[in-house]
Design a protein around this ligand. Structure first.
Ligand code: ADP
Length: 621
C-alpha cells in the first residue's frame, strides 16, 4: 500500500471514483462499503447504485461525452438490501494516469427525506404510467366521488382544467352528461356503472358531434375490499364512422342491385313481348306453308330466334353478375345430359362435316348441378367446339372423376387458342382468333364459367395453337342418386284421350298464337278466357285437364288467379302451366309454389309448347 492508498483507506468521507468510458466504479472509500452494504463495489456499474431519474439523465450525458461537474445535488442510492437512501453529492471530472474519471463525494441526508423522495418517485412513476396509456382513465370511490383521472379522460369528455381543479364532482358529472347525444343514456351510464359493484361493465356511449366512446369499468379492489371503480374510455369514433359508412354503402349497393334487377325484369318483359308476335306468327306461317315466301319466312324466323337468343344471353349474363340467378342444384346423370346435348348439336356438326363422338365410358357418374344450367353450359362448349373447328374436324368428350369432382372434357381438333388468349376468352364480349365469319357474341364462355363457379365448379381450357382445344367443365360429384330429377323418370301413363285446355290471356295476339299452334293437334280442345274473373267463372262449369295462365292479366296476376283455385293436388284438378314474358326467377318460384308444373316463356317456342302439352296428355299426374 502506498501513501496515497493509506490516506484513502483512512478517509471517513464517502468517495467513489468512476471510469468515464465504462461507467464502472474503479475504487470506493471504506465508508461506502459500510453504508451501501455491498461486499465489492469495484467493477459495479454506477447506474446500478444511483436510482433517481436525474441521476439517470446525468449518466446518459456522460455516456454522450458531456462531463459536467456537480455540486451538492440530491440523489438516491440503492443499498444491497434494497433500501433507497438519499444523498447529497458532488461530482468532479478528473484525469488519472491518462484515464478520464469522475470522483463522486457523497453525504447521506436524513432518512425521512429518503422516504418522502421514494414515495414521490413511486407516485411520479404511477402518474407517468397513467398518462402514457392511450385510454382515458377515471377512478372513483364507492359514492362516485372522483379520486383520480388522467389527461386523456379530460380530453375525451372536453373537461376544462379549471373545472377539474375546482374539485366539484357534481359539476364534472353535469358537464359529462351534457356531452351525451341523449341525456337519458348518460344517466343510465352513471347509474348502471355505480350499481354494478363487483361486476365488470361494458358500454358504448354515443356523444354529440358523432363521437363514440367505449367504456369498460371494473371494481377497484384493495386487499379484499372494493374501494371504488376504475373506468377506462377508448375513443372509437373513427371505427364507428367507418362502420356507418360501410353500412350506408351496403344499403346503396342493395338498392342499386334491386334497381338493376327490376330493370332487367322490365327489359326482359318489354323485349320478349313484341318478339312473341313475330316468332309466333312466323312459325304459324311456316307450318301453313306460305309459298312463295317460304325462304323469307325461314330467314325471318332464324333472325328472330337469334335475336331472342341474344336477349336471353345478355339478360342471363347481367343476372349472373348481379347474383340474381336462381339455381336449383340437384343430382344429374352426366351421361344422360351429354347424350341429350350432343343430340341437340349433332345437326349443326353434320352441316359442317364434323365428326361428333359422344361416346364416354358408360360409368354412371352424377353431378350436383342445376340441370337447366348444366345443359346450357355443355351446349355452349359443344357448339363452340363445332363452330371453331376445321372442315372434317372432330369433336369428342371424356369424363373422369378426381377427388369428388367430375371433369367433363370437350375436345376439338380445331384452330386452337394461343396462351395469351386463353384467359381473355372468359371475359365478357371477348372473341379471339379468326371469328369474323363465325356467328357469336363472346358472352357464352364468360357466362358459363360464372355459372359453373356458382355451382362450386369451374371451366378451364388447355389448347395448342393449330392443333385443337380442350374445355373442361368441373362440377362437384353427387354421391346419392335422386331419381326424381332424372329425365328418364317413370310415371304411370294413361291412355290418351281428349285433352281439354283452358287458356287465360288478356292479349288477343297471344290467344290467337296459342290457339293456332294447337290447331293440328288431334284430340285437343282449347277454350280461352280473357281475364282472371272470366276464368274463375268458367272453371267450375267444365272439367279441364290443363289450365294455361298468362302471368300478367289485366284484372289480376296469374299467381293471384291460381291462388283462388282449389289445390292443384286435388284429384281431377287441372295441370297448371304458366306463360310469361318475364323469366324472373322470383316469379318462377312463386309459380312453383302455387302448383305450376311448367313455366313457359314468351316468345312461345311452339315445338316446345306442343311437346309439353303432349307430355301432359301422356303423364297427367
Ligand atoms: P361466342 O362463341 O359467342 O363468340 P364464347 O364466349 O362462347 O362466345 O367464346 C368466346 C370466344 O372464345 C370465341 O369467340 C372464340 O374466339 C373462342 N373460343 C371458344 N371456344 C373455342 C374453341 N373450342 N376453339 C377455339 N376458340 C374458341
Amino acid at each position: 500500500m502506498n501513501l496515497h492508498e493509506l490516506l484513502f483507506s483512512l478517509c471517513r468521507d464517502l468517495t467513489l471514483v468512476v471510469d468515464v468510458q465504462s461507467l464502472k466504479i474503479i475504487t470506493a472509500s471504506p465508508g461506502c462499503y459500510s453504508l451501501f452494504g455491498y461486499p465489492i463495489l469495484e467493477g459495479q456499474s454506477i447506474e446500478e447504485l444511483e436510482c433517481a431519474l436525474s441521476d439517470a439523465f446525468y449518466w446518459e450525458d456522460v455516456r454522450a461525452g458531456l462531463l459536467r461537474p456537480l455540486e451538492n445535488v440530491e440523489g438516491l442510492y440503492r443499498c444491497q438490501d434494497g433500501e433507497i437512501i438519499s444523498v447529497e453529492k458532488s461530482i468532479l471530472p478528473m484525469q488519472y494516469d491518462d484515464q478520464s474519471v469522475l470522483a463522486i463525494q457523497l453525504k447521506r441526508t436524513d432518512s425521512e427525506k429518503t422516504n418522502n423522495l421514494a414515495l414521490e418517485s413511486t407516485l411520479a412513476l404511477l402518474k407517468a404510467t397513467l398518462e402514457s396509456t392511450a385510454d382515458g382513465i377515471l377512478v372513483t370511490d364507492l359514492n362516485n366521488g372522483i379520486i383520480n383521472f388522467n389527461r386523456r379522460f379530460a380530453e375525451f369528455w372536453s373537461l376544462s382544467e379549471q373545472l377539474l381543479l375546482q374539485g366539484d364532482d357534481a359539476a364534472v358529472y353535469r358537464t359529462m352528461l351534457r356531452r351525451f347525444r341523449r341525456r337519458q343514456t348518460g344517466r343510465e351510464f352513471i347509474v348502471s356503472a355505480r350499481d354494478a359493484r363487483e361486476q365488470e361493465t361494458f358500454m358504448l356511449l354515443e356523444l354529440k358531434q358523432q363521437r363514440w366512446l367505449e367504456c369498460r369499468s371494473r371494481p377497484q379492489i384493495v386487499g379484499e375490499q372494493i374501494q371504488g371503480r376504475v373506468y377506462t374510455f377508448a375513443d372509437i369514433s373513427a371505427r364507428m364512422l367507418a362502420e356507418e359508412q360501410l353500412q350506408e354503402a351496403m344499403k346503396r349497393a342493395d338498392a342499386a342491385n334491386k334497381a338493376k334487377t327490376d330493370f332487367l325484369n322490365h327489359m326482359s318483359h318489354e323485349l320478349r313481348t313484341p318478339l312473341n308476335a313475330i316468332l309466333g306468327f312466323a312459325q304459324l306461317m311456316q307450318e301453313e306453308g306460305c309459298s312463295p315466301h317460304e325462304e323469307k319466312v325461314d330467314l325471318m324466323l332464324k333472325g328472330a330466334w337469334h335475336l331472342l337468343g341474344l336477349i336471353n344471353e345478355v339478360l342471363d349474363l347481367a343476372r349472373v353478375e348481379s347474383g340474381h340467378i336462381d339455381l336449383q342444384p340437384t343430382t344429374v346423370h352426366v351421361l344422360g345430359i351429354i347424350k341429350e346435348c350432343s343430340a341437340f348439336v349433332r345437326p349443326m356438326a353434320e352441316a359442317r362435316h364434323i365428326q361428333l363422338d359422344d361416346f364416354c365410358d358408360s360409368i354412371s357418374v352424377q353431378v350436383l348441378a342445376d340441370p337447366r344450367r348444366l345443359r346450357q353450359m355443355l351446349l355452349n362448349l359443344l357448339s363452340n367446339a363445332i363452330k371453331y373447328n376445321r372442315p372434317q374436324g372432330k369433336v369428342w368428350l371424356s369424363v373422369h372423376v378426381e377427388e369428388n369432382t367430375v371433369h367433363i372434357d370437350v375436345h376439338d381438333s380445331g384452330m386452337g387458342i394461343s396462351n395469351s388468349d386463353q384467359e381473355r376468352l372468359f371475359q365478357n364480349f371477348n372473341r379471339v382468333g379468326q371469328t369474323q365469319n363465325i356467328e357469336g357474341t363472346g358472352i357464352g364462355l364468360a357466362f358459363s364459367r360464372k355459372l359453373a363457379q356458382l355451382m362450386q365448379g369451374n371451366i378451364t381450357v388447355t389448347s395448342q395453337l393449330g392443333e385443337g382445344s380442350c374445355f373442361r367443365l368441373s362440377l362437384p360429384q353427387a354421391l346419392t342418386a335422386n331419381d326424381a330429377t332424372n329425365a328418364e323418370r317413370a310415371t304411370p301413363t294413361t291412355a290418351p284421350g281428349v285433352l281439354h285446355i283452358l287458356y287465360v290471356d288478356d292479349d288477343a295476339t297471344n290467344r290467337l298464337i296459342v290457339k293456332s299452334s294447337l290447331k293440328k293437334q288431334q284430340n285437343t280442345r282449347i277454350e280461352t278466357a280473357e281475364s282472371g274473373t272470366e276464368a274463375l267463372q268458367r272453371l267450375p262449369m267444365a272439367t279441364f285437364d290443363l289450365l294455361i295462365v298468362d302471368m300478367n292479366l289485366e284484372d289480376m296476376t296469374g299467381i293471384d288467379l291460381l291462388k283462388q283455385l282449389p289445390s292443384a293436388d286435388l284429384p281431377g284438378a287441372p295441370v297448371r302451366f304458366m306463360l310469361s314474358a318475364s323469366d324472373n326467377p322470383e316469379v318462377r318460384a312463386q309459380a312453383k309454389a302455387v302448383g305450376v308444373r311448367r313455366y313457359l316463356t314468351k316468345p312461345l317456342n311452339i315445338k316446345e309448347f306442343i311437346e309439353a302439352i303432349e307430355e301432359i296428355r301422356h303423364h297427367p299426374h
